[in-house]
Design a protein around this ligand. Structure first.
Ligand code: AMP
Length: 179
């Protein structure tokens, strides 16, 4: 890979388009090839960390592909990470919210009492599509007393207008690639 390529160009080069997965009509963005390139993973993590307008106190990463860069970012910033998971995966007391996504419906949960009151939170996931998943995660965080200051995504599917749904949170929205 040439040194002159931007992160955006490198990502566009490796992210694979998989038509009709997991359902007909969905163009699935496969991020698996990213993880075959450790240097690219470091560059992506740096890019997220260097683009922050305000440093968060915690990262909330959304299951499951949000976990990858969620933990890398948290580790680089030396901040704690909280998992936002699908229903029934987290032990102990949880708070839950229903949400819609591009090709499914579901429930997201976080463990209760893990977020300090007014803690500044960055929500992280791989893809911003309709924004339903990230908005649901942000509502959970607010319910638990957290202050969502930013959203970060590897990529954004602009034609689905996910930003509109997230604008109400008054938080920065960062995506490394737009389609
Ligand atoms: P949404 O709630 O519509 O913003 O959808 C975001 C979630 O769905 C993320 O967790 C993504 O992993 C997944 N997702 C939605 N659309 C796609 C897509 N075209 N390719 C890959 N993942 C997607």
């Amino acid at each position: 890979m040439s040194h002159t390529q931007t992160i955006e160009q490198e990502l566009k080069h490796v992210i694979a388009d998989i038509p009709d997965f997991p359902k007909d009509g969905i163009l699935f963005k496969d991020i698996s090839p990213i993880f075959l390139d450790a240097n690219l993973c470091s560059k992506i993590t740096d890019s997220f960390c260097n683009s922050l307008e305000e440093e968060p106190d915690m990262i909330c990463a959304i299951e499951s592909r949000g976990f990858f860069f969620g933990i890398l970012i948290a580790n680089q910033l030396k901040k704690p990470l909280i998992m936002v998971r699908k229903q029934g995966k987290l032990p102990g007391e949880v708070v839950a919210v229903s949400y819609d996504l591009e090709y499914n419906k579901g429930v997201l949960e976080i463990q209760k009492n893990k977020i300090k009151k007014d803690a500044k939170i960055m929500v992280h996931d791989d893809v911003l599509a309709t924004g339903g998943t990230a908005a649901a995660a942000a509502r959970l965080i607010q319910q638990e007393g957290g202050n969502v200051i930013s959203f970060s995504f590897l990529m954004e599917l602009e034609f689905l207008n996910g930003r509109n749904l997230l604008n109400g949170f008054d938080a920065d929205i960062l995506s490394l690639v737009s389609y």
